[in-house]
Design a protein around this ligand. Structure first.
Ligand code: GLA
Ligand code: ZN
Length: 676
């Protein structure tokens, strides 16, 4: 989609806020000149422009925007047009206070900030609908406009990202009625006889709150589902409005592993996936954790539609919201931008084009700084990215990553797992998943992230770390997948509860596939260290040790060494049908996962296209389709030399790499098989 929409161009540009500079025509003129110099071909307009687009209720002033769009278009720069619901004008909140979000503690927000509207409020929906219709009528067919950007970072940055106002409460009750039909059903699903929480009237149901029902897992899970549905419905309302006079595709910008909204649901109403990526580069000399997390984010976004996505925001330099904000070291801007392309992005877009003079983000990195314009280092490095993107777009067009491995990442599992009040209260789903992802990344093997609802058939390996919740039908699909000859990895604390967080009784739903019978789950304290030997090497277990028993035909690959469960399987393998199920019963470190997956990957025939072990900090990704391009990335500050890799051609320079490849510190090369 991405590439079709962009007409084969890799987009380069980002958020542009000319409304902050309307009194400075020389600045607006300089913007165009500098954009061309930096190879900018696309900007995002209007993200937070509501007060400048509708200065008073019902009076629309689009002149400044029209002037900019025309001017950009004359200069070959395309436009992503945003709807302005990300921040509300004061006239709106003053006249209709009910548009403001109400927090968990029932306090209504005061006006200001952003991302703080009630997405149920009919007034809010109507006001933004009218705005969107006007924008669509006016600009929806403009040749410059290629994409609609709905709102901004939906789900916002307040508490649980939800609105708890009375209108949202009644919408929630209505949603529950549709789902459960009777209170009897609901009471059962949430196990409400516990602590005498049986509801006898729908009106008794209230959203979770710290000073109210904070511990009902069923309620909290359904509340989160409702919030996603309601936000999706709000988003759909905006999409419906902008599409009235326009056939341009729509997106909204997602965030890095954002817990408040189930993106797998929200994505279904969008044509293009886009996200905002702000890795924490240079937090230490080891860039791998940041590189892995960024790569995982890109892989996640690509996996949503198995299509190219857009990097909607990134910083050309630094951010301003961490406790310390290093600027990107020379080379890192190019590398991190190309990393997005390597994992399936069809764009490198920034927040933001020009640094604002005042207010909260005046020190956030931008392409054009307060001083030095086109002479600054950041500007030059951005220009180099622009030049490179323009040069390689022909190589990228019609390609996307098609990994042979997938990791199950599922929002409902995330919510339920971290809320489970189980063996540990500090379970962190994302970091556990990232450990598994990192091992693939280190091997130079890209991975898709899939929800529990997706088809696994195109993958040779699927791993599902801490897959606590099994949605209805999931176990059956995994069973069929393994039976037909594939490999499935499960870990500790998996297959425990169903859709409403009721524990399975009797058997583990995949007992037959995995060949294990779970009995207890231990969260050992200090002094109770345990470990196991796997393929001759010793590994320590972490703070979770599940005690499971092996079925008669299960192969125990490693067993606990200590405590009363010494001898019980820590790692097990079980053949099922044509395939194999693995169970990792204990929390482990990267050291074990490296050894474990190396074995599995080689069995499955998955490896880096370079065919050699990669040094720490180096990885590969492949985009294929009309042609195949291999991206080799070095996230170390030192040069590396890769040898024994066969013969390749540098796809950008045509240089032949005979059995070796040299990479500078913080750099990326695009190569292809010689003669391909
Ligand atoms: C988010 C927002 C932007 C900007 C950046 C700063 O991604 O969408 O408007 O505030 O953060 O990093
Ligand atoms: Zn509300």
């Amino acid at each position: 989609m991405g590439t079709h929409m962009t007409g084969g161009r890799l987009l380069h540009g980002g958020d542009y806020n000319p409304e902050q500079w309307l009194e400075r025509p020389e600045i607006l003129e300089e913007d165009i000149i500098l954009m061309k110099e930096a190879g900018i071909n696309c900007v995002t307009l209007g993200v937070f422009s509501w007060s400048m687009l509708e200065p008073e209720e019902g009076r629309y002033d689009f002149a400044w925007l029209a002037e900019r769009i025309d001017r950009l278009y004359e200069n070959g720069i395309q436009v992503i047009l945003a709807t302005p619901s990300g921040a509300m004008p004061h006239w709106l909140t003053q006249k209709y206070p009910e548009v403001m979000q109400v927090q968990e503690d029932e306090k209504r927000n005061l006006p200001g900030l952003r991302h703080n509207f009630c997405y149920t409020s009919p007034v809010m929906r109507e006001k933004i609908r009218r705005m969107d219709l006007e924008l669509s009528r006016r600009f929806g067919k403009h040749s410059a406009v290629i994409l609609w950007h709905i709102s901004n970072e939906l789900g916002g940055n307040w508490g649980d990202g939800a609105c708890h106002c009375e209108q949202c409460q009644s919408a929630f009750r209505e949603w529950l009625r549709q789902k459960y039909h009777t209170l009897e059903e609901l009471n059962h699903a949430w196990w409400n006889r516990f602590w005498s929480h049986v509801y006898t009237d729908w009106e008794q149901i209230h959203s979770p709150a710290p000073h109210g029902e904070a511990l009902s897992h069923g309620l909290k899970l359904d509340w989160k589902r409702f919030v996603t549905e309601q936000m999706t419905d709000f988003c759909r309302g905006e999409i419906y409005a902008v599409r009235k006079y326009s056939n341009r595709p729509v997106t909204t910008n997602f965030m890095d592993f954002f817990k408040n909204l189930n993106y797998h649901r929200l994505q279904s109403c969008l044509n293009v996936i886009s996200w905002d990526s702000y890795p924490q580069w240079h937090a230490s000399k080891d860039e791998v954790p940041a590189a892995v997390r960024a790569a995982a984010g890109h892989s996640m976004m690509r996996s949503m539609k198995k299509q190219p996505f857009l990097l909607m925001e990134s910083t050309p330099s630094c951010v301003n919201w961490r406790s310390f904000n290093p600027v990107k070291r020379p080379g890192m801007h190019m590398l991190s931008s190309m990393q997005a392309i390597a994992h399936g992005s069809d764009s490198v877009l920034y927040f933001q084009w020009r640094k604002s003079r005042g207010a909260y983000e005046k020190f956030h990195g931008a392409v054009v700084d307060h001083r030095n314009g086109g002479a600054a280092r950041t500007f030059r490095e951005v220009s180099e990215v622009g030049e490179r993107l323009a040069a390689v777009q022909g190589l990228i067009e019609g390609t996307v990553n098609r990994p042979g491995a997938a990791i199950v990442f599922d929002w409902e599992n995330w919510w339920a797992l971290e809320d489970a009040s189980g063996p540990r209260l500090d379970l962190d789903y994302v970091s556990e998943v990232l450990k598994h992802y990192q091992v693939f990344w280190e091997q130079g093997v890209d991975v898709d992230f899939v929800s529990m609802d997706e088809a696994f058939e195109s993958y040779r390996i699927v791993c599902a770390p801490v897959n606590y919740l099994y949605r209805k039908g999931y176990a059956e699909r995994v069973r069929a997948y393994v039976e037909s000859g594939s490999c499935y990895v499960s870990t500790w604390f998996s297959g425990v509860a169903d859709d409403t967080d009721l524990c399975f009784t009797g058997h583990h739903p995949l007992e037959d596939v995995l060949g294990i019978l779970p009995e207890e789950i231990d969260a050992p304290g200090e002094g109770f260290e345990n470990g196991f030997v796997y393929q001759g090497a010793h590994y320590s277990t972490g703070r979770i040790c599940e005690i499971v028993h092996a079925a008669a035909d299960t192969q125990v690959l490693a067993a606990y060494e200590q405590d009363f469960y010494a001898g019980c399987p820590a790692v097990a393998r079980h053949s099922f049908g044509q395939g194999t199920g693995y169970y990792v019963a204990a929390e482990t470190g990267l050291d074990f996962l490296r050894a474990f997956y190396q074995e599995l990957l080689s069995e499955a025939g998955l490896h880096s296209p370079l065919g050699v072990p990669l040094p720490y900090g180096v990885t590969t990704a492949v985009r294929s389709g009309e042609r195949e391009i291999v991206f080799v990335m070095n996230f170390r500050q030192e040069n590396v030399s890769l040898q024994g890799i066969g013969d390749w051609e540098d796809a950008e320079t045509g240089e032949i790499c005979r059995d070796r490849l040299e990479l500078g510190g913080f750099s990326l090369k695009m190569i292809r098989r010689k003669g391909a």
